[in-house]
Design a protein around this ligand. Structure first.
Ligand code: FES
Length: 345
């Protein structure tokens, strides 16, 4: 899981699209078709200076045309500060982010990005790292593979894709100095090479850290296999792509929700959250800014301490144990079971 107790950075952002402290103005040096439905982007500093260092598993927020901001994992070698690379899948149910990347970003354009933040970091001291990627989930795991190879760390990278055409970074993986540690699994390939998660995770292994990244179905299947086999939660680390529920249902579900109130300890104000409104939207309407990125309960950026009341957790970021503690919630998607939540805001 993502690190327990992780708090988002303190770099409260300016309105999307506006350069501010905590953001960089970069240039899209290259854009290419990486695989079917996936485009790659290479970003460099406008003045050709070195970029800030990042650690494997980190992501950056892209400030997209139209005011959207979306997080994307860095998939280039963390040791290379001359450029950053990303790969973006065009989501069929895009809420605008991936469509904006595919339709509106072009080579040579300037782009504002947030500084790298890592909510999916490699754990130190692992005997072996098992990297399991589903589809576009390969991106942070590529950076992890590069880092582990450079450090001489033991690892295996499993990459599952629906077909060869949809497999991102096939050429890079084949040419990588760690190619022997890569296992490819194609859904439309021979049965023997398909990813068998229950077999791969059949028994917990001391000192082995498991990193999962991909769409909801892939993560759920891998987690179910690992938990059924008795893997300790502390050895499971994940980063999801996509919302917990299909996007078309989200608006209707939100509209059907009840209202509740947020009491803010620092100002003593009470902010009502109406049906059809998220807590983040209600806070913004009251002039209280909460930093967001995915707005889907996936990234953890909006994590907020809860002082009193019972949240209704709808995120995929907190572990079941963290949700049960009810001392923090993700206001971009979660609501309240109690009439009021008191927040440390
Ligand atoms: Fe990503 Fe709330 S903004 S979890």
């Amino acid at each position: 899981m993502n690190p327990p107790g992780h708090r988002p950075g303190d770099d409260r952002q300016a309105p999307p699209g506006a350069p501010s402290a905590g953001t960089l103005q970069l240039r899209i040096a290259r854009r290419w078709a990486e695989a079917e439905g996936i485009c790659g982007l290479e970003l460099v500093a406008a003045d050709a200076c070195a970029l800030p260092a990042f650690t494997a598993g980190a992501h950056i927020d892209l400030h997209l045309p139209g005011g959207l901001m979306r997080p994307y994992s860095l998939c280039s070698d963390p040791a290379d500060t001359s450029r950053w690379q990303l790969a973006v899948l065009r989501e069929p149910a895009s809420r605008g982010g991936s469509a904006a990347v595919h339709e509106l970003l072009a080579e040579g354009q300037p782009i504002t990005v947030g500084l790298p933040r890592n909510l999916f970091a490699l754990q130190p001291g692992a005997r072996h790292s098992l990297l399991l990627a589903g589809g576009i989930g390969i991106t942070p795991l590529l950076a992890m593979a590069e880092h582990l190879h450079r450090q001489g760390g033991s690892f295996t990278l499993h990459v599952a894709a629906r077909s060869r055409a949809r497999l991102a970074f096939a050429a890079r993986l084949a040419a990588a100095p760690y190619a022997a540690q890569v296992r490819l699994h194609l859904d439309d390939g021979a049965a023997a090479q398909r990813l068998d998660l229950p077999a791969l995770l059949a028994a917990p292994q001391p000192g082995v850290q498991v990193y999962l990244c991909g769409p909801r179905g892939f993560i759920d299947a891998a987690l179910a296999a690992a938990r059924a086999a008795g893997w300790p939660e502390a050895q499971l680390h994940l980063e999801r792509f996509g919302p917990a529920a299909p996007a078309p249902d989200a608006a209707a579900a939100l509209a059907a929700d009840g209202s509740f109130s947020l009491r803010l300890t620092r100002s003593g104000r009470v902010v009502p959250v109406a049906a059809g409104q998220t807590a983040v939207q209600a806070l913004a309407a009251a002039g209280v800014s909460v930093m967001t990125s995915c707005e889907q309960g996936v990234c953890g950026t909006c994590l907020t301490p809860v002082v009193a009341g019972v949240p209704e957790h709808r995120d995929q970021y907190l572990t079941p144990e963290e949700q049960a503690a009810n001392d923090q919630f993700l206001p971009c998607c979660s609501r309240a079971l109690s009439a009021e939540l008191t927040l440390d805001l």
